[in-house]
Ligand binder design. Structure first.
Ligand code: SF4
Length: 382
């Protein structure tokens, strides 16, 4: 689902539903365009093109985007992942058509959410309408965070927008929201009745959106701060991170589990954000009492590798002594170049995955718990 520039972006809904102060505080912070966003635009263009070609629709817009970003971001891996997305959507569409001959597949549909979220709008990647159910499908090219569709407010806003657009022409009783995130094998689905969706919109979404739009709500820190543009200077978050553990004595395992571990990801994000922000401020001339800017550690570089090699050879050093041995690129790099499936087909026999290091995860994590006293983990280095 691509780009909205309204104050209340659906992609940030999880944040502004929790902290209604955030959008107004973030409004004056410039949004630096990222290479991830451009890579996502290219991948989305391929997704839309593949579906539109199946439907016999024109693809000039997609071809233009592909031409713009191809050289910079195209990889074999991108072809495979966008194929996966198109296959999933078309399988769903074919299943819908098997039930209802007049099932509809809509690609890149512009939606207006203004009735619930002031000035907000967006584009749904794919919508399938059939048999009283409307499915809104979102392609995510990111692989940093696994995104669940379950009670996902961004998806629910898109579901509402799509329902509003098509409720007049179709009898829609249920809305299914699906996230396809092929780079990490994530296919997440969530279904609600239109009645429940509208109740959520009326009771939760609209009042919170109004409060966030007016900017008079409180700052409320939590896990949603991770991508907030003001996290490095937010007083409420700083307070949470610095006062989470009030008692100076030793922590009990219960306190560690209940008070410290849950906010660890937020604290880590805050720490790195604050360091970066403080340096930026200092570099732009802001005085930070007691601090100064110094030159960091730098690494020496050979400016002309060929000339250096000739000089060393002449001095009697062998080529094998002065050059590093040739080595393959990392598995991630090779998969990106070749595509995951093709890479597995070619060299899968030569890959092994050693046991991972023990790591703490909340009970809700899907991975199987490890018995800490099991022999297998006795010798693992932490
Ligand atoms: S950092 Fe967190 S608490 Fe502060 S404004 Fe952003 S979302 Fe709200």
């Amino acid at each position: 689902m691509m780009g909205t520039h309204a104050l209340l972006s659906p992609s940030a809904a999880h944040r502004w539903l929790n902290c209604t102060a955030a959008p107004r505080l973030e409004a004056n912070v410039e949004d630096a365009g990222s290479s991830f966003a451009e890579e996502g635009t290219l991948a989305h263009a391929y997704c839309a093109k593949k579906l539109k070609e199946f439907l016999g629709l024109p693809v000039e817009g997609e071809d233009k985007e592909i031409a713009e970003y191809f050289d910079k971001y195209h990889t074999g891996e991108m072809d495979e992942y966008t194929d996966t997305y198109a296959t999933i959507v078309l399988e769903k569409y074919n299943a819908a058509r098997a039930k209802t001959a007049d099932a509809q597949l809509l690609v890149e549909t512009r939606l207006d959410f203004g009735q619930y979220v002031p000035e907000a709008f967006g584009t749904a990647d794919a919508i399938i309408i059939a048999d009283g159910t409307m499915e809104v499908i979102d392609f995510k090219y990111g692989k940093g965070v696994k995104v669940s569709a379950v009670e996902n407010p961004q998806m629910m806003i898109y579901g509402l927008g799509a329902y509003k657009k098509f409720a007049f022409d179709y009898n829609i009783g249920r809305v299914r929201m699906t996230i396809v995130q092929p780079r990490i094998d994530n296919l997440s689905e969530y279904e609600v009745s239109t009645e429940d969706l509208i109740t959520w919109a009326t009771d939760v979404l609209t009042p919170k959106a109004k409060e966030a739009h007016e900017g008079n709500g409180p700052q409320k820190p939590g896990a949603w701060c991770q991508f907030c543009k003001v996290k490095s200077s937010c007083r409420a978050l700083a307070k949470l991170c610095t006062t989470a553990v009030q008692d100076p004595k030793l922590l009990s395992p219960e306190e560690l589990a209940a008070d410290v571990l849950p906010i660890l990801p937020v604290v880590k994000t805050w720490l790195s954000g604050v360091e970066e922000y403080a340096l930026q401020q200092a570099l732009s001339g802001v005085q930070l009492p007691g601090w100064k800017i110094v030159e960091g550690r730098s690494v020496r570089k050979i400016t002309d590798q060929d000339a250096a090699a000739v000089a060393l050879n002449k001095a009697g050093y062998l080529t094998a002594q002065i050059y590093k041995p040739q080595e393959l690129r990392t598995i991630t790099d090779l998969e990106k170049l070749i595509g995951k499936k093709q890479f597995a087909a070619l060299v899968g026999d030569y890959i092994e995955k050693p046991q991972g290091k023990p790591t703490l995860a909340p009970e809700s994590d899907k991975r199987k718990a490890i018995d800490p006293v099991a022999d297998d983990f006795k010798d693992v280095q932490l």
